[in-house]
Design a protein around this ligand. Structure first.
Ligand SMILES: [Zn+2]
Length: 325
């Protein structure tokens, strides 16, 4: 805005009623919040935007929309912005994303975060799973040195699912304690090494074949894997051919050879289980998202800032985040 226009504007402000003043202050805050989010989002492409459609790097600036710079690809003429192709593309209310990201860092419920962000809880439910789409995939790809593995189980749930239910939902007053919960247990394999790198897998079945399929690419060939005496897990480790240190917890043995134990993975599993109680059973098709959420906010990595949550939602790694001031 030109200086003269700005003077005219500020002179007009005196005429505002108290209500109009507070509306104006809210407007300014909203603009600031959108700008803060936009700056973080733009940092994804700032240095060199690539066309998300054809990968070309001949990109021109092409106006702006919804608080974000638009770009146009000279090769295919597609227009895009820094959110195109990310799970956060086309989500509304950017001014509330950082407030919501804090809610994610706190592990807040859909209902509470809706209240804090002043949006409908359908919105915070949608946001939750959009924010978790990429963290879900960001798990340790390789465990080294001494690693620990353990199985844990979650009740199968068809929560929120209207289609594809294997049976009718329980009627009110029926025996099941929670609607949409079956008595099937869904196995999850958690693996963690001593550097704190963690990976987890929702398994179709906790048998040797399924377990070795996920363990084999995960473990370095010279890794040593500690497990409790679960049979399928032990058989899978033998099949892969890496060194196995079974810990016979049932016999009261907790540590073998001073360093071999499953205390880290068990502690992680307990924290996960305890944390999940607040969600009162999660839909099985969303279970992996919650595992990713837990990995993201696990206290072993220190407290998580809202911007770190936003970066994780955009799939930005730590190195990329550090370049943002
Ligand atoms: Zn293109």
């Amino acid at each position: 805005m030109k200086t003269e226009e700005f003077h005219v504007l500020t002179a007009e402000l005196e005429k505002l009623t108290p209500h109009q003043r507070s509306v104006l202050v809210d407007c300014l805050h909203k603009i600031e919040h959108v700008q803060a989010v936009s700056t973080l989002v733009e940092s994804r492409v700032q240095s060199k935007p690539l066309c998300p459609k054809c990968g070309h790097d001949h990109i021109a600036r092409w106006g702006s929309a919804s608080g974000l710079q638009r770009y146009r690809c000279a090769a295919c003429r597609a227009t895009f912005n820094a959110l195109t192709g990310t799970p956060l593309a086309r989500l509304r209310h950017k001014d509330k994303w950082l407030v919501y990201a804090q809610q994610m860092a706190d592990g807040a419920s859909v209902r509470n975060s809706a209240k804090v962000c002043d949006v409908h809880r359908n919105t915070t439910f949608l946001w939750r799973h959009r924010f978790l789409a990429l963290p879900n995939e960001q798990k340790a790809q390789s465990l080294v040195g001494i690693a620990e593995a353990d199985e844990t189980y979650f009740l199968e749930s068809f929560k929120g699912q209207k289609k594809g239910m294997p049976r009718e939902p329980h009627k009110r007053g029926s025996k099941a304690s929670k609607r949409g919960l079956s008595d099937e247990q869904i196995p999850v394999l958690i693996c963690r090494d001593r550097t704190g790198s963690t990976s987890d897998f929702v398994l179709d079945k906790a048998d040797k074949a399924h377990i070795s399929a996920v363990l084999k690419p995960l473990l370095a060939s010279d890794a040593v894997l500690c497990t409790d005496s679960g049979r399928a897990l032990g058989a899978a480790v033998r099949e892969i051919g890496i060194t196995h240190r079974p810990i016979n917890l049932a016999a009261g043995i907790k540590v073998v050879g001073k360093v071999y134990h499953v205390q880290n993975v068990n502690a992680y599993g307990s924290r996960l289980k305890e944390w999940m109680i607040r969600f009162h059973g999660v839909a099985t098709h969303n279970l992996a998202n919650y595992l990713g959420w837990r990995r993201l906010i696990d206290p072993a990595h220190g407290a998580l800032s809202p911007r770190a949550v936003l970066f994780a939602a955009l799939g930005m790694g730590r190195a990329q985040q550090l370049t943002v001031t």
